[in-house]
Design a protein around this ligand. Structure first.
Ligand code: CP3
Length: 338
């Protein structure tokens, strides 16, 4: 197999165009997803149904023609083997039940997430030309779900926990770093061509808290993956402009940034490969605007390779599949027709 476009761009090798995939590319905005989703009892059962999860993972390849398949699952699934109860109630966002006591967490057994690796294994059979992305939540983002319990807004409980129970917070971060490492290594062994770490909730914290309480764990995690495996690591972190220099020192090959970052400037300052960063809200505007804002971003990229087009955050359930298709087509034609 010829090295796929996305992996060539990460290796900064010559590419014919920019590769594109989208965070949350498989989801409720697709009628085809809704149809498959109805066949499972609830969202968690869908994640545990290997057959259906494989089908859902492949929908964006069929409907959008993206350059990567991301495993269909959720960042919260490794919390279950740790002893937390997770619930996805329709329209309410996820709920996580944990006592707040470290002694109530069980040692992580990666075999309990066996269905995830099975989906990766099956995807490798179907997806011959495009790479399969494995993923996990960042230790901080998982900690904030455990601590908040219900939908995260301003991370009130997480901040109080990390400031008033710093020793416990650091122990929790260690447990989660080990958990994520073990979860990702099993995905890589099942065939994932690259992995992405989602640190969605760094958005709300200060630079000094990030530096002391988040960065060392991400660095440790990435370092461990890079020591034992050859796959590229993508690090997605929100509030990107505040921590970009620290994120570039985590050892991650690719920095996936939100729209707070000006790529025309930062891609000159930092040598990392970049991924991002169109504001997903662009997809709520008219077709002409979708095209214009996409081209505007593409034209601002100061390199031909070492860049992956993506959104600055995931696609929302109320977005329009037609516009998402137009977005992907616009990226794929760029440099060829424009
Ligand atoms: O990108 C993909 O297509 C792969 C699948 C994927 C899902 N969640 C599917 C999903 C990925 C990569 C995730 C990651 C994830 N999950 C993150 C990180 C990215 C981000 O958006 O910041 C986070 C924070 C979560 C936690 C989570 N899970 C949330 C906030 C929600 C939405 C809750 C809601 O009801 O709106 C989920 C559930 C979830 N994960 C859905 C999907 C398709 C919707 C569930 C359904 O169909 O009912």
């Amino acid at each position: 197999m010829k090295k796929p476009l996305l992996l060539r761009s990460i290796a900064k090798e010559p590419v014919e165009r920019f590769p594109v995939w989208l965070m949350r590319q498989a989801g409720r905005y697709m009628p085809q997803y809704q149809e498959i989703r109805r066949r499972a009892k609830d969202f968690l059962s869908l994640c545990k149904d290997v057959e259906l999860s494989v089908k859902v993972s492949l929908l964006p390849l069929e409907l959008l023609g993206v350059d990567a398949v991301i495993l269909f699952s959720d960042i919260l699934v490794p919390l279950e083997p740790l002893g937390a109860k997770i619930e996805f109630t329709e329209g309410e966002g996820p709920k996580v039940l944990w006592s707040g006591k470290l002694s109530d967490l069980k040692p992580y057994d990666p075999d309990e997430n066996g269905y995830v690796y099975e989906v990766v294994r099956r995807l490798k059979e179907f997806s011959k030309d495009v790479p399969v992305i494995g993923f996990a939540g960042g230790p901080f983002t998982l900690a904030s779900y455990l601590i908040e319990g219900s939908p995260i807004r301003e991370l009130k409980k997480t901040k109080i926990f990390m400031w008033e129970r710093e020793y416990d917070f650091k122990r929790l971060m260690e447990v989660l770093t080990d958990t994520v490492y073990s979860f990702l290594s099993r995905q890589i062994e099942a065939g994932a061509d690259l992995v992405q770490i989602f640190d969605s909730w760094t958005l709300y914290i200060s630079r000094s808290d990030y530096e002391e309480l988040v960065f060392p764990y991400v660095k440790e995690l990435v370092g461990r993956i890079k020591k034992f495996y050859e796959v590229p690591v993508i690090y997605f972190f929100r509030g990107s402009s505040s921590f970009i220099d620290l994120a570039s020192q985590t050892g991650a090959d690719v920095l996936s940034v939100d729209w707070s970052v000006d790529l025309s400037v930062e891609m000159v300052r930092f040598e990392n490969v970049f991924q991002g960063n169109l504001d997903p809200a662009v997809l709520y505007s008219g077709e002409e605007t979708v095209k214009m804002k996409t081209l505007e971003l593409l034209r601002s990229i100061p390199r031909r390779t070492g860049y992956i087009f993506n959104l600055g955050h995931g696609i929302a359930p109320d977005m329009d599949l037609k516009k998402v298709k137009l977005l992907v087509e616009t990226v794929k034609r760029f440099g060829i027709e424009y």
